[in-house]
Design a protein around this ligand. Structure first.
Ligand code: GLN
Length: 493
């Protein structure tokens, strides 16, 4: 059926329920779109038969009047989520061929709610990156092009780059992403879609390949705020298998959506006005303030004094935790094994890790091992933990004077493939606005605000109080309604 792939999850759900089309028609339309978009390199594995099987189950359930919240909706799953019997590689050669015997809690929650799977989505290796260029499968190509005729391939952002490109290109109605320091929000901004990272602990990390355990969170990415609310409700929930999972009921975020912000104060952090950010991004930020004022909110200036330490703190803590988490890839238990001729066990470990990990992952393991080493632990890791506490306290104090914080999502629009790969520090700067909320464990979301002068999407970023996903979603909805962002990339693939 024509036009199915341009619909939102809410529209697909409602049309399916009222009998306008079948779940099978939805799955077939998206399967065809996935197969027709391989030039984007968004999927690492396609699972059309999975999407069809879930669709048939949904069509039968509709006849019996036994529908689940996501019956009839096919989704893409980031390759960081363990999917039973389906390749799960975290974008790394070291896990090539690994088919987990179990399903991650979050993807299992989506399945139990009736969703089918279109495939696994490409990503930066072990979610380390901001451009999807560290993937062992090669980069994802953004569906967006610059309007000035520059034909250069652009990055969709990262690390959830396949997730973002797939939603923007209409080859899935929604996806899972993960966000350790911006990996849902920055790619959402680069591709003109929505993405929310909930409060740390809302989504179970069980079965998600670990990068930095004190920061990793799953979250949905989709075209609209409502679609994110729908997916988030299903993804979240207490899980005894994750010791940091929050034992709290999951609110009905979709039912709670309201863009009436009367009585709310929007904090504008003065430390987020940083040098080198293009004027267009600051201008969009000003428009965002006006949109929220128009929705009834009162803007107030706030201060987050330790903001400038957030990136260095993140780039100590995240690699430290990564170096420990990645110690398990040794050629014994998972995926790749390299055995040098005549080598002993140590030689096998070394050869496997040398062959299996890419350059960025090795860089992080080396930084992480260094900052955790006996001589440097206090100078780096311990100090970073203390600064992290100060950053968290900044937010707690700011939220005494405001209910929600508005900033730009990223300091630039999408850049060209290859542009920043030789300069890790320039790459790390992408996360400057995203990382503080990650260190503080707060819910945060990117919503499209408009296009820049080259026709590329720019995002606005909302940070909420702990557990106030509703406040984040509602402010994003107020922006969505006023920004009127309907732009889509022109199909070239
Ligand atoms: N770009 C950041 C990094 O490389 C964040 C990645 C993420 O959130 N997974 O670490």
């Amino acid at each position: 059926m024509a036009g199915l792939t341009s619909r939102t999850i809410a529209e697909l759900r409602n049309g399916f329920r009222s009998g306008d089309f079948s779940a099978r028609e939805i799955a077939e339309a998206f399967n065809a779109a996935v197969a027709g978009a391989r030039a984007l390199n968004a999927y690492t594995v396609e699972t059309p038969e999975d999407a069809l099987a879930a669709a048939d189950t949904a069509d039968n359930a509709r006849q019996r009047d036994d529908l689940q919240p996501l019956s009839g909706i096919p989704l893409g799953i980031k390759d960081l989520f363990a999917t039973a019997g389906v390749d799960t590689t975290a974008g790394s050669n070291i896990l090539k061929g690994f088919k987990p015997p179990y399903e991650s809690t979050v993807s299992g929650n989506l399945r139990r709610a009736g969703a089918g799977m279109l495939g696994k989505l490409n990503m930066d290796e072990f979610a380390m990156g901001s451009s999807n260029e560290t993937s062992a499968y090669g980069p994802v190509i953004s569906p967006w092009k610059r309007s000035d005729g520059g034909n250069a391939a652009l990055t969709p952002g990262g690390s959830s780059g396949g997730s973002a490109a797939a939603v923007a290109a209409g080859i899935t109605p929604g996806v899972t992403g993960t966000d350790t320091g911006g990996s849902i929000r920055q790619p959402a901004a680069f591709t003109g879609i929505c993405g929310i990272k909930p409060t740390y602990g809302r989504c179970s990390r069980w079965g998600i390949v670990a990068f930095a355990s004190s920061l990793d969170q799953a979250g949905p990415m989709a075209r609209t705020v409502r679609d994110c609310a729908i997916l988030l409700e299903t993804m979240c929930g207490f899980d005894p298998k994750d010791s940091t999972s929050l034992d709290l009921p999951v609110p009905q975020w979709e039912a709670g959506l309201s863009s009436d912000l009367r009585g709310k104060r929007v904090g504008i952090p003065k430390e987020y006005r940083i040098d080198g950010v293009p004027e267009e991004i600051n201008a969009l930020w000003e428009r965002g303030i006006e949109w929220l004022r128009d929705a009834g909110a009162e803007p107030v200036e706030i201060s987050l004094p330790h903001t400038k330490y957030a990136l260095p703190t993140y780039y100590i803590i995240a690699p430290a935790e990564a170096s420990s988490n990645l110690a398990r890839y040794d050629g014994v238990r998972y995926g790749l094994r390299e055995v040098p001729d005549g080598g002993n066990l140590d030689a096998m470990y070394a050869a496997t890790r040398a062959a299996g990990f890419g350059a960025e992952v090795k860089r992080r393991i080396m930084i992480g091992t260094y900052v955790l080493s006996a001589g440097f632990y206090d100078a780096y890791f311990n100090k970073a933990q203390r600064v992290r506490a100060l950053i968290k306290r900044d937010f707690a104090q700011a939220f005494e004077n405001c209910d929600i914080i508005l900033t730009p999502t990223a300091p630039s629009a999408a850049f060209g493939l290859g542009e920043k790969m030789s300069d890790p520090l320039a790459m790390y700067l992408n996360d400057v606005f995203a990382v503080p909320a990650s260190l503080a464990g707060l819910p945060a979301m990117s919503v499209p605000g408009g296009l820049d002068s080259l026709g590329l999407p720019l995002g606005l970023h909302l940070i909420g109080r702990e557990l106030d996903e509703q406040g984040v979603l509602n402010a994003a909805l107020a922006i969505e309604e006023r920004a009127g962002f309907t732009a889509k990339p022109e199909k070239w693939w």
